[in-house]
Design a protein. Structure first.
Length: 431
């Protein structure tokens, strides 16, 4: 056979195989697909009729197979609609000032959604609903597990009916003004007692919601949620006092209080160190947080992540870093007013992956116990007053990690510029 004949034979066989394959796919699809439920399809059409959609995002919402419509998911056994995800994938990005598109929806959220008896997931985030209130009836979508209305242009009071969603696990009502929602619609919650009805809630985000009128027992109210592990309360104007502190067991807390007074922020910080369940704390970059850093962080037995960076917090380095820090992996303290020397107890943080002490007032040498940090991947010490001779520091750094030749075998990045260190580092890389 000539090469041309071989190609032709292959082509014939190849086409035949492809056609057989396609036929088999077609029959498989037909065998398995359950069409969408007709009543759910009608409910979606009614919902769509209220939505203003100039860019035709809901163009695919026609025909009978509603499970194939964009943003719609169904239960593949019953054909019931289980999810509507219409978040705007191309919102305005205030950081790059670039429009990636104009995919924002607005209009009216009609009660036809209530006919979707199996709806578990609703995401309308990053649209521009132009200040309409959150509809009351969302609280009757009994099967909802996930509700995301973040930065979708809703304003006014959060309806207390939301508290009827006993199966809800994720609630995101973040309403931070941005350029897209430039008339700054704001959500308000005069009280948050309704939250206690959300018995399955795991993740609550109320960033930017005006909570200035909630009672000062809000910590206890939130603590009545047995499964809550993640709480995001940036810029909420929370009231300036916290009544008696009771044991709480959040594991994750990301808080910032740009809108409230500094003294209140410090109260929060003092309170955080008593929450022994915390695993992750991010209160970094709350510009204006100032005062003495509470020392209790080292005693939090589960704490793995602590970010206090870019505040104006003072602390003595030996006091702050002393103590057990039993499970700490990431410690970001850059951009504060931490002073004095790095204590040798640093070597106790044996799980540490990332340490950032840059832009502080730390002086003295780098303790040799740093060689016990066998997992350390990133070490940032720039812009301090550290002194010493670098090659000596390396020699003193004993080889605890027992991993051929390199004192810190996992180190990927280290920065020590703008200090008073002299000498150059030998090549550390493991050979
Ligand atoms: C139906 O969905 C389940 C879970 O999402 C999946 O495991 C299963 O394979 C699907 N069945 C069909 C016929 O697509
Ligand atoms: C809600 O949507 C926003 C924007 O789409 C997203 O960044 C955020 O992570 C979502 N919240 C939750 C709890 O999934
Ligand atoms: C839902 O919540 C509201 C306000 O909290 C309450 O008045 C109403 O009775 C609840 N409805 C149902 C069906 O539970
Ligand atoms: C989308 O956002 C732009 C900018 O805010 C606004 O002018 C426009 O009316 C919005 N489109 C819809 C359908 O709401
Ligand atoms: C929050 O709500 C209170 C009372 O409703 C109001 O006085 C205050 O101005 C609001 N705060 C912001 C930042 O809009
Ligand atoms: C958190 O604490 C509350 C009461 O203090 C308790 O009812 C709940 O079970 C605890 N949750 C977890 C996850 O430990
Ligand atoms: C933290 O706990 C200690 C000891 O249990 C207590 O003395 C202190 O008042 C608590 N701090 C706060 C802010 O609750
Ligand atoms: C940091 O706090 C001190 C007082 O604690 C204050 O004098 C100083 O101006 C603050 N710096 C900044 C940048 O806010
Ligand atoms: C931490 O390390 C120091 C010296 O490096 C040691 O004396 C001390 O017992 C350690 N403390 C804890 C809490 O492990």
């Amino acid at each position: 056979m000539s090469a041309a004949e071989m190609m032709r034979t292959f082509n014939v066989v190849g086409w035949a195989l492809l056609i057989i394959y396609l036929l088999s796919r077609v029959s498989v699809c037909h065998g398995a697909a359950t069409g969408c439920s007709e009543s759910d399809r009608k409910a979606l059409i009614d919902f769509r009729s209220g939505i203003v959609d100039p860019e035709g995002r809901l163009h695919s919402w026609q025909g009978s197979e509603c499970c194939q419509w964009s943003g719609v998911r169904c239960d593949n056994k019953t054909g019931a609609v289980t999810a509507i995800d219409l978040h705007n994938p191309h919102p305005y990005d205030p950081y790059s000032s670039v429009w990636y598109g104009f995919w924002n929806l607005s209009g009216r959220i009609g009660p036809s959604l209530l006919r979707l008896k199996s709806l578990r997931y609703l995401d309308l985030s990053l649209n521009t609903f132009q200040g309409i209130p959150i509809p009351d009836f969302l609280g009757s979508l009994k099967e909802l597990r996930y509700l995301n209305l973040s930065n979708a242009g809703f304003s006014g009071a959060i309806p207390a009916n939301i508290g009827n969603l006993t199966k809800l696990q994720y609630l995101d009502l973040t309403s931070v003004s941005n350029v897209l929602n430039d008339f700054n619609p704001q959500l308000i919650a005069a009280d948050i007692q309704w939250v206690t009805g959300l018995a399955s809630l795991r993740h609550l985000a109320l960033n930017g919601v005006n909570l200035s009128s909630v009672e000062s027992n809000w910590v206890q109210v939130l603590n009545m949620l047995p499964s809550l592990t993640e709480l995001h309360l940036s810029s909420c104007s929370l009231p300036g006092s916290i009544s008696s502190i009771q044991p709480v067991n959040f594991t994750l807390l990301k808080v910032s209080y740009r809108l409230s007074s500094n003294s209140f922020s410090m109260k929060i910080l003092n309170w955080i160190v008593n929450v022994s369940s915390l695993v992750y704390v991010d209160v970094g970059d709350i510009t204006g947080l100032y005062g003495r850093t509470p020392l209790g962080f080292s005693k939090l037995p589960n704490l793995r992540y602590l970010d206090l960076s870019m505040n104006n917090l003072s602390a003595s380095c030996p006091q702050l870093l002393g103590g057990s820090w039993a499970r700490i992996e990431i410690l970001k303290l850059f951009g504060n007013r931490i002073h004095s020397k790095i204590p040798s107890s640093l070597g106790n943080m044996t799980s540490l992956d990332e340490l950032d002490l840059s832009n502080n007032n730390i002086k003295g040498g780098i303790p040799s116990s740093i060689g016990k940090l066998c997992n350390l991947k990133s070490l940032e010490l720039s812009n301090n007053n550290l002194d010493g001779v670098l090659p000596e520091f390396v020699q003193r750094t004993e080889n605890y990690c027992r991993s051929g030749g390199s004192p810190l075998p996992n180190l990927i990045s280290m920065r020590m510029s703008s200090n008073r260190l002299v000498g150059s580092l030998p090549d550390w890389r493991a050979s």
